[in-house]
Write a protein of this length. Structure first.
Length: 610
């Protein structure tokens, strides 16, 4: 292919910085000139709502319980279908993005290398997928389904119930969960590292969307969702630490006073880490926890029914795929029993993942920088799901095997006691409960530390290193909400935690549904998409003309062409939708000169960011 000597000059003045939108290599958020400020509306309204919630729970727990129950009933009755719809379509949408023409688009600039090696990337995804949830629900959920199977699935305590129980557990924790995380991670990562927008949920909808009323609402809902989801996770960890204290110390049943004391102590620890900047120490602690979690799972595999588990795990995978559509189809339309199951389990999980999505999504976006969307979708969906299959099959399979062998795991006094009952039936039962408590405490610290930093960053327009006072505020708020959620739950604290998460997640579920067309709109105008579109049209037109005019003997050349046969005849490349996004501005939003050929600003170095 060659260029014709009579080519017309390239158009200038029609595009920002005289650069065609198809030739922009991408824009990174770090390259933008931004003055980060505390968004008084986003921070003030979200903070006031949370403080009001904590005060309400402390002053009148009964009325808050009544209102939260009524709100849950309304959400389940009128909004449950939204969660079900989201879980069904997000996975399909991601598969389309990953394996269509958009799959070649990187989460970064053209030619940018991946931020981490494949091994490190998968290891960090493993870290994101593990947490208090595995330790709390790893035994409780499969055993519950085994003893009381989901509606219309199996006979209680049968072999079918055993495999179906694990399939249902993986359905809640596997592909659908990670599809929700992956959607947010892909959209946020693309917006930040390809379009130069701040690391905010609202940035998915436009360069300056975070300064609009709608954008601020989105960021507020994201902050509230993260707060409730993290608080629920911390509440679950606190309940199980309290149960471990009973076993290790021999003390009586712990009440809310002891649980709140546990929250207070661990909150002080993670606040010190969050404001002291000891990020390296937190990373080391997190890595230690991942190793400890793997050691606990390996111990259960070796000390428990090893041969049974080797046969069980492949059968569980087969059952999961065989029953997936039946699990997807279950809804309140199947009757009261199905509605109760959805309320207590499936809807809670979809709500939990939706609430966690801004937090986990931002983390996944950061570690996936430089990966193409095809790589991203393949690995982010499959790697954590495989880990969940192995981990839950080991924890849950061991518990069900013990239940069938005569150990009454299901008869534990509370859900948080079930894992300790399993450990009591295996060797080293004096040591393993301590390891579990350490695991839970470190999960509490690292999760809370990361969540407070993300919430503080969102409060300051995506500031990479948020102010300490904002971090402290959200850390204290996190502890306060966790304590209130435990108090609202009363004797059934677990159900109380689940109910509040489900209610808090509904607004953000609607936002995620709106995110899908917004993300697709950005992808359709990506420089690589434009080049693909032009190439396909130009090559098709040229080959057809060449064969018609010259048969087999012709070559291609690039020359100026107008009219319907031009490569971009159906594209308005000068329109705002195509070209406005890569116009560079200063800290006050005023246009400044930029040289995309050299990939640098034309004017002198900007003043230091404040």
């Amino acid at each position: 292919m060659s260029s014709s000597p009579d080519d017309s000059p390239r158009p200038t003045g029609q595009y920002p910085h005289d650069t065609h939108p198809g030739l922009v290599p991408g824009v990174s958020v770090e390259e933008q000139r931004v003055r980060y400020r505390t968004d008084k509306i986003t921070f003030g309204v979200a903070g006031a709502l949370i403080v009001g919630f904590v005060i309400w729970g402390a002053v009148s727990t009964e009325s808050l319980t009544t209102v939260s129950t009524a709100a849950l009933n309304t959400v389940v009755t009128y909004g449950g279908w939204i969660f079900t719809l989201l879980a069904a379509i997000v996975l399909l949408f991601l598969l389309y993005v990953g394996f269509s023409r958009y799959g070649r688009i990187p989460l970064g600039k053209d030619g940018e290398e991946p931020a981490y090696s494949m091994g490190s990337w998968i290891a960090m995804l493993f870290a994101a997928g593990m947490g208090v949830g595995l330790i709390f629900f790893g035994v409780y959920e499969p055993v519950t389904y085994y003893m009381t199977p989901p509606p219309g699935r199996a006979e209680a305590e049968s072999f079918h119930a055993m495999h179906s129980a694990m399939a249902q557990t993986i359905f809640h924790w596997g592909l659908q969960a990670w599809a929700i995380y992956a959607l947010v991670g892909a959209a946020v990562g693309y917006a930040a590292y390809r379009r130069g927008r701040p690391l905010l949920m609202s940035a998915i909808f436009g360069q300056r969307a975070h300064l609009t009323v709608g954008g601020r609402l989105i960021d507020m809902f994201a902050i509230v969702g993260i707060l409730f989801a993290t608080s629920a996770s911390l509440g679950l960890g606190t309940l199980q630490i309290g149960s471990g204290l009973q076993i290790v110390t021999g003390m009586g049943r712990v009440g809310n006073g002891v649980l709140i004391a546990i929250i207070a102590v661990l909150t002080c620890v993670f606040l010190v880490s969050a404001v002291s900047g000891v990020a390296k120490g937190i990373r080391l602690l997190s890595n230690f926890n991942m190793v400890l979690a793997a050691v606990v799972a390996f111990f259960l595999f070796v000390a428990g029914p090893t041969v049974f588990l080797l046969n069980f795990i492949p059968s569980v995978v087969g059952t999961y795929f065989a029953e997936m559509f039946q699990m997807l189809a279950l809804s309140a339309s199947w009757g009261p029993e199905a509605e109760d199951f959805m309320r207590s389990w499936t809807l809670f999980y979809w709500a939990w993942w939706v609430s966690w999505a801004p937090f986990v999504g931002v983390f996944v976006a950061r570690i996936s920088r430089g990966r193409t969307l095809r790589q991203y979708v393949s690995v982010v969906l499959l790697a954590p799901t495989v880990i969940c299959v192995l981990a839950f099959s080991i924890f849950g399979g061991t518990a069900i095997w013990l239940q069938r062998s005569g150990t009454d795991v299901a008869g534990a006094a509370s859900p948080e006691d079930m894992l300790f009952r399993v450990l009591d039936a295996l060797p080293f039962s004096q040591v393993t409960p301590i390891a579990i408590m350490v695991l839970l405490a470190v999960f509490f610290i690292t999760s809370a530390d990361s969540a407070t930093l993300v919430m503080a960053s969102m409060s300051q327009q995506g500031k990479p290193e948020p102010d300490r006072k904002i971090v402290i505020f959200w850390g204290v708020a996190l502890a306060g909400v966790a304590a209130v959620m435990l108090a609202v739950g009363g004797s059934d604290a677990l159900q109380g935690l689940q109910d509040l998460v489900t209610v808090a997640a509904l607004p953000f579920a609607i936002i995620l549904l709106a995110l899908i067309p917004a993300f697709l709109r950005d992808l359709s105008t990506d420089p690589l998409s434009l080049r693909y579109r032009y190439a396909r049209t130009a090559l098709d037109n040229a080959v057809r003309q060449g064969m018609g005019d010259h048969g087999d003997d012709f070559a291609l050349e690039v020359r100026h062409q107008e009219g319907p046969s031009a490569a971009g005849a159906d594209v308005d490349s000068t329109g705002e939708r195509m070209s406005s996004w890569y116009q560079r501005t200063d800290e006050d939003g005023r246009p400044v000169d930029y040289d995309y050929a050299r990939d640098s600003y034309v004017d002198p170095e900007p003043p230091a960011r404040r």
